[in-house]
Design a protein around this ligand. Structure first.
Ligand code: ADP
Ligand code: MG
Length: 364
């Protein structure tokens, strides 16, 4: 398995390596994998944003056109990496500082849009997705360039003290191009949604440059557009979803048109202390890292929403996740839990090539 989490959570510089896919073997790319069509030679570029290797695969465009688009995307990624960094100086740090001083802070249209979406999904998920808990995530030691491995969990009193401040997205308001918080304890951490937004922006920029057949894959979280291959050989992109425990391929999905496939889980970023794993996804109700669901995969036509919902479902746990998904109209959901159960939504089931024991599979 290629290591997609690079040293530290976030690299200070973006690197850009342009390569042409010479062979068409299955590309092994983290949570999900892509199999390009063997009759085609897609253009592939890799860059790093939010500490994740982002691979952009383009079919049916000239290498010059593809390279120019990727260069523009890199510039935007660089800006967003700085703006939305959860703990380094930048726009988000300024916003959080303003919140704690009881002030509003101006933000650009795209940042405000992302916060609006985060508010909506936070409300719909009944607070399971809650990017207002930045202070809690920091307390668990996940706001660190080089998180100390094997650190003990925080003192329970420190957790309860933060929970008592009730940071919620309903405290956050947007008016006149500014973002404000009624609650000084709110600190935004967009780690559960920003990658999705970055993937959306990249795909939109490709479309703006006339590229309509591509995959933007951020460490296994990806957005697909169009198809791969030419003419009558064109076919869907095949995406593999990784098994959260074994690391093998759990399921394959054929994706075409415009789809974002995002997976969140407790298996990739965690701290292990005295044999217990503490995931980087925190249940805002208890203040403790999630358990129960190992991974949640959501398919939507919007990367940011798919990203946020995948995080929300992991927090909610197997039972509540199914209820939330149904209520929110998420039709394409795949959950794997610690009991080894695989829960698949009805509409997802027929398009999934699952490599699993049938007795473990449940449809909802
Ligand atoms: P990944 O980055 O592995 O794809 P996620 O999309 O689930 O995983 O994002 C996890 C990140 O979301 C955490 O690192 C943290 O920044 C943030 N986060 C943690 N708990 C929550 C929560 N309950 N709601 C919203 N964001 C969260
Ligand atoms: Mg997420």
């Amino acid at each position: 398995m290629r290591v997609i989490r690079l040293a530290g959570r976030l690299l200070p510089m973006l690197t850009l390596v342009l390569t042409l896919l010479s062979a068409c073997d299955r590309a092994d790319q983290g949570k999900a994998e892509i199999t390009p069509d063997s009759g085609d030679r897609p253009y592939q570029a890799s860059l790093v944003v939010f500490g994740t290797l982002v691979e952009i695969t383009i079919s049916g465009a000239s290498p010059e056109q593809a390279a120019a688009s990727v260069r523009r995307i890199e510039t935007v990624f660089q800006k967003r990496h700085h703006d939305w960094h959860p703990w380094q100086p930048g726009l988000l740090a300024d916003i959080n500082q303003a919140f704690s001083n009881g002030h509003c802070h101006p933000a650009d249209k795209e940042t405000l849009e992302l916060i609006r979406l985060a508010k909506r999904i936070s409300a719909q998920s009944r607070g399971a997705f809650n990017p207002a808990i930045g202070k809690l995530i920091a307390l668990w030691g996940f706001h660190d360039d080089e998180p100390q491995a094997g650190r003990p969990p925080p003192a329970p009193q420190a957790i309860s003290a933060l929970l008592a401040t009730h940071p919620q997205m309903s405290d956050v308001h947007i008016k006149d191009g500014k973002v404000c918080s009624d609650n000084p304890a709110v600190a935004l951490d967009l780690g559960g949604i920003a990658k999705g937004q970055a993937v959306d922006v990249a795909m939109q920029m490709l479309a703006d440059h006339g590229i309509h057949n591509a995959i933007v894959n951020a460490g296994g979280d990806l957005r697909v557009r169009g198809r791969v291959g030419k003419g009558s050989h064109a076919r869907a992109w095949r995406v593999g979803v990784r098994h959260p425990v074994s690391g093998g391929v759990l399921a394959e999905i054929d994706a075409s048109g415009d789809e974002a496939i995002f997976t969140s889980g407790n298996y990739e970023r965690f701290n292990e202390y005295e044999g217990v794993r503490y995931a980087h996804i925190i249940d805002p109700a208890s203040g403790w890292p999630v358990h129960d669901i190992n991974s949640a995969t959501v398919i939507l036509n919007n990367g940011a929403a798919a990203d946020a919902w995948a995080t929300a479902l992991v927090v909610a746990g197997t039972q509540a996740a199914r209820t939330l998904a149904t209520r929110a109209g998420l039709t394409q959901v795949l959950l794997v839990n610690e009991a080894g159960e695989i829960w698949v939504s009805k509409a997802m089931m027929p398009r999934l090539h699952l490599d699993a024991d049938a007795s473990k599979i449940h449809v909802f």
